[in-house]
Unconditional design. Sequence first.
Length: 277
Amino acid sequence: MANTVIVSLVSMGAMGALFGAGLAWASRKFAVESDSRIDEIEEILPGANCGGCGYPGCRGFAEAVVTAGAPVDGCPVGGSAVAAQVAEIMGVRLEDSGERLVALVRCGGGHAEAKQRAEYVGMDDCRAAVVVGGGAKGCEYGCLGLASCVKACPFDAFAMGPNGLPIVDKAACTACGRCVVACPRDLIALVPCNMQVHVLCRSYDRGRQVRDNCQVGCIGCKACERVCEADAIHVTDFLAEIDYTKCTNCGACAAKCPTKAIIIEEDGRPHVTSAAS
């Protein structure tokens, strides 16, 4: 009996040693060498893992830069400083990618301006409100005011204002895009930081219906079109939209807008100009 136990133990030990040696050989034979630059890039990234670069976390972005040729300035959180370091690691020249982007909430219809058609009782989530009858506002395109964008922002760049609309801290915004995804009504866009003139409306309703629902909605009158010398604003399907590549921030369209759907920012805050005579 004792001999049987000893033989069994010896046999198992020998098999374990054999399998261990085989695994060690296989690990060396089929090992995939990792490019050290991936670790270097991951080390200098902010570590937010926000997905704003379009890849699954900071590690995914680092791997994409090294192995798939992703742009070295693809991290919106790190900005130009991180982009310069990534470019140095990759040994490439960093090209100027243009103006920094920030989030813009394209709705000006707060508690005082937009009519409420019902009282919403449910989850404090904009997507839930859309499912449950479309929310409380009369305008089916307007901000629902339930702070889904605020909750989605990992950088505290969003806060709810006293009028029930989100306020964006441009200094804190990294243009990661999470707020854009969180808004079920496509009200949030990433726009050049230096642009100060904006259309704060996304309604495609005709003028009369817009006026019935909101005091500051775009009625598609085309007054803005007629005064813009830069040909930067056009009305399509009853809604004015600005071409930021042409806009000069002159504010002529905002001054002419009869409903004040177009605003000029001052010190990072919306400011409504006086009506033109």
